[in-house]
Design a protein around this ligand. Sequence first.
Ligand code: ADP
Ligand code: MG
Length: 469
Amino acid sequence: MEKVSLKKTASSSLLEENVLNWNLVQKSFEKSFGSEIYSSWLKNISLIKEYNDHVILGVKTRFFRDWITSRYADKILGELKKHKISITRLEFRIEPEKTGNKSLFSNIQENKISEIKNSILNYNRLNPNLNFDNFVVGQSNNLCFLSAKKTCSQLSRYNPLFIYGGVGLGKTHLLNAIGLELSKNNTVMFISAERFMYQFIKSIKKNEMVNFKDFFRKANVFIIDDIQFIRGKEGLQEEFFHTFNTLFDQSSQIVISSDRAPNKLDRVQDRIKSRLSGGLVVDIGSPEYDLKLKILRKKISEYQNFFKESPDLQEEVLSYVAKNSNSNIRELIGIFNRVVAFGKMSKKPLNVNDCKIILRDVYNSNKVISIDKIQTVTSNFFSISLNDMLSPRRSRPLARPRQIAMYFAKKLTTRSLPEIGRKFANRDHTTVIHAVKTIEKLLQNNEEIKKNVEELKSLILSDTNAISN
Ligand code: ADP
Ligand code: MG
């Protein structure tokens, strides 16, 4: 035992001798890239992990990563080598901001709205980039937008204002905008229900419930995001109910968001549901085509203002993206960023076909693929029956597709080898290993197999109904 721990200390101190001083590295970035590039792109890079021959660096968004790797990677590596000669490789990892939403083009200033003595409770954050001015209005969100504006100009007229709708439709953006607007003349409390619970539990543990209650009572505007989080949490509901009543009785404005209507909040006490629906309830709809287009145009103009150059996007590309993205605005903006970044990297304006590929990537990255689907698509592709493909027969026209299907089962799903074996008419896991190896080898030197596998892969990843099971 003794020996092991000694060894550990020795090797870790050895490592330390070689550790990069990130502050110094940053300084040299600034010197060699110039302060403009440095502050726009490199300043926020963090050092996540360092090995002898390579480092893992953290960036906030995919867009930053793509941008930095396409333009500055070589030079960054060169700089790092000056500090540590053994480094030969860089890797970037995306480490998104943990709190709140973040607009792509600017840094969040943490905006403390109310003066709170107790530092534990000091978590009130509004994002200055999510305001009314950059909230694009269309048919589907007009009512919500107007209600939010009205709430700001006539406090307590609608109390509470309850906004509900699906993911990524702009609820948090609107709540934040209300908070920003009202914080000019009011004490605003803006918190997610999850955070509310966290503080609540912490206060109980530290015997600080009096502070907790006092703190919320001070607000004359109380904004709580994602209230659906309290479902099934009795203690939290109890506390929320009292907070709500206290605030309501002192005529504080209350604004709430939720992913569903008040009466659909199952496992929430009836008395709370009735409180929630006692003011104005509005739903934010899925964006229509025109709104999506308007949002894309807005993003282009934000981009132009920020980068002083125009992203080269043709009208047909915009309308393709608006038509083919689904109803989530967060995702729409993600696709926009991707299209712009790819356009930049390929140094030519993108056409609709390029966009198809980009969008397919976006949608496939979080799709769950089943072994059943792989088997059906593969057997269809090779024009053999599923039964034959799964049968014990070993002739090449059956065995090859079977192996390819096993290969995909391994590569595109998270199933274990024995599970895959069972799905292939109870074969042993060693058969699966053999299949995967065989295909991997063939992919290196057999053009026909390679072409088939690539085509097949895009079929499996696509949502074509003609081949669904
Ligand atoms: P939700 O809270 O409903 O899940 P968010 O408010 O977080 O959605 O919105 C997701 C992203 O889309 C945010 O970046 C937000 O700024 C943006 N967004 C949503 N609706 C609009 C809109 N109408 N105009 C501009 N940006 C929007
Ligand atoms: Mg939200």
